[in-house]
Design a protein around this ligand. Structure first.
Ligand SMILES: Cc1cc2nc3c(=O)[nH]c(=O)nc-3n(C[C@H](O)[C@H](O)[C@H](O)COP(=O)(O)OP(=O)(O)OC[C@H]3O[C@@H](n4cnc5c(N)ncnc54)[C@H](O)[C@@H]3O)c2cc1C
Ligand code: SF4
Length: 488
């Protein structure tokens, strides 16, 4: 006889948390999904059949012990479940909210239930529930060390990679200074990912926690401008670079040089509505008047940053919002779920559509190198749309007065941030040892998008943890060598 208690997925359907009505959610920048109640979390977690081949764990970049914390949740043992979840993930409720689970732990190839046609376990939503309830119940505590160590580590870049490394190193007793050019920590989670995916107080309570553990945060510090890497090396026992990837890729489009195109990341940074935010160009967000209200917005690009731009423009009150992507909807790089949300909210999509040229009817210049047709002038976009590969294209044109290119970004080169001598790969990302995060310069480590190219928060967390253990090993070896030298 099969054990019925192990087959609850047959009776209990997959039910992710409910989402707010489209009309309501377009009025603000609050998160769109509700959170599980305790009963819902237990019910959904109980769908996991404990299959014994946890590919979910394998495909989670942090190798979270998913089956075990699902089991504990199903049993109502939330505190133990949270303890387990946080033992491998510094930001569990954040990953629960923003990981593209359909490409990771909840992918077709990752969950046995999905393969069997029952619908994947709602792993991300349970992880979010555990993190949120832990905050509410007071189970989340700063990880202060039992013993202090004298070595001082500098971490430059306070995004998820820098935050994870800072928390891990501090817990081991190191003195940690976390530098960033922005005035608050959090990186793209704070200043790039829109509030409808991740509300800002959710990241703030985590950044506050790291500071409560004794990490020192120094904002308004730009490596390459405030100081150079060599100076940091003189002052600190080890340096971790976690600067992200902010240099926008150039759009190669006839007429683009005479027209005005906003890069997607700058638009999203400016949309945070925080005057002190610094754009990738170095300009202050307050000087770049990038607001889509009343405009006809066209976004070139089809990844998740493009989806964020499109959905932000809708919330800012754009007159129309169109996405133009050169490949088909099934060939795009991002999460299917993000695309479905954008479709539901009213974005119009042009698939297999190659933008050939753009002509702006009268150019208006904005500060610095940020230029756009935002002054009210219309641009015409000339597009070739392909029905099938190899077939002749249909020619069409659309009009837009707010043109955004969301075609990706890449890391800055070491010379630009005062760190010549660091080895990079063909994409400009720093080359690091995969097990330690060590660069080619002894004592200098790197993590996150800077070393990986634009990726995901969960990979940045993993890299930050890897670099923290690499730094710990490096400093321990140095200390032991000094000790043996001292003894000799
Ligand atoms: C619009 C957008 C939406 C995204 N949505 C998601 C999502 O839904 N899910 C997901 O998993 N990932 C998402 N990502 C990707 C994710 O945010 C990144 O992969 C992740 O933040 C990388 O972490 P990081 O710590 O390497 O870099 P970042 O988060 O970029 O942090 C780098 C920090 O370094 C600072 N810095 C840069 N240069 C200097 C300097 N010279 N001196 C001092 N400080 C400096 C920056 O100010 C920043 O705070 C998104 C990215 C974007 C752009
Ligand atoms: S961290 Fe991301 S990939 Fe890993 S279990 Fe959580 S939601 Fe899934």
């Amino acid at each position: 006889m099969p054990n019925r208690s192990m087959q609850r997925y047959v009776e209990i359907a997959r039910e992710p948390p409910a989402e707010r009505e489209v009309r309501e959610r377009l009025k603000d920048f609050q998160e769109i999904a509700d959170r599980f109640t305790e009963a819902e979390a237990r019910r959904q977690a109980s769908r996991c059949e404990q299959c014994g081949v946890p590919y979910c764990q394998h495909f989670c970049p942090l190798h979270n012990n998913i089956p075990d914390w699902l089991k504990l949740t199903a049993e109502g043992r939330f505190e133990e479940a949270y303890e387990l979840a946080q033992s491998t993930n510094n930001l569990p409720e954040i990953c629960g909210r923003i990981c593209p689970q359909d490409r990771l732990c909840e992918a077709k190839w990752a969950c046995t239930l999905e393969q069997a046609g029952h619908g994947t376990v709602t792993i991300g939503a349970v992880e979010q529930f555990l993190g949120d309830i832990a905050w509410e119940k007071g189970w989340v505590k700063p990880r202060r060390p039992r013993e202090e160590r004298s070595e001082h580590v500098a971490i430059v870049g306070a995004g998820p990679a820098g935050m994870a490394a800072a928390e891990e190193l501090r817990a081991k007793g190191y003195q940690v200074s976390l530098f960033d050019r922005q005035h608050e920590p959090g990186g793209l989670l704070r200043y790039g990912v829109p509030g409808f995916k991740l509300e800002k107080d959710v990241i703030k309570r985590r950044t506050d926690l790291i500071l409560q553990a004794g990490v020192r945060f120094i904002g308004g510090f730009e490596l390459g401008r405030t100081t150079a890497l060599a100076d940091l090396q003189k002052e600190y026992a080890a340096v971790l670079l976690a600067l992200g990837a902010y240099r926008p890729k150039r759009l190669h489009l006839a007429g683009a040089e005479k027209t005005t195109v906003i890069d997607g990341l700058s638009y999203l940074l400016a949309s945070m509505d925080e005057p002190e935010v610094m754009l990738p160009s170095g300009a202050a967000a307050k000087d770049a008047k990038m607001h889509a209200r009343g405009h006809h917005v066209a976004v070139i690009g089809g990844g998740d940053t493009a989806m964020d731009c499109l959905r932000t423009a809708l919330r800012q009150g754009a007159a129309s919002v169109t996405c133009i992507y050169r490949r088909g909807e099934w060939d795009r790089p991002g999460s299917r779920r993000e695309l479905e949300k954008a479709e539901k909210e009213g974005v119009k999509f042009l698939w297999n559509a190659e933008t050939r040229a753009v002509q702006c009817q009268s150019i208006s210049m904005i500060e610095g190198d940020v230029r756009s047709c935002v002054g009210g002038s219309m641009a015409t976009l000339f597009i070739d749309q392909y029905a099938h590969a190899g077939r002749e294209a249909r020619r069409l044109s659309i009009e837009a007065d707010f043109l955004i290119a969301a075609i990706g970004s890449e890391p800055a080169l070491p010379e630009e941030y005062g760190a010549p001598g660091l080895a990079t790969n063909h994409k400009g990302a720093l080359i690091v040892e995969s097990q330690t995060g060590a660069t080619n310069i002894p004592g200098v480590f790197a993590a996150g998008d800077l070393a990986r190219g634009p990726s995901l928060a969960v990979w940045a967390i993993r890299d930050g943890r890897t670099a923290a253990s690499g730094i710990h090993r490096f400093l321990t070896m140095l200390a032991n060598r000094d000790y043996s030298l001292a003894k000799a």
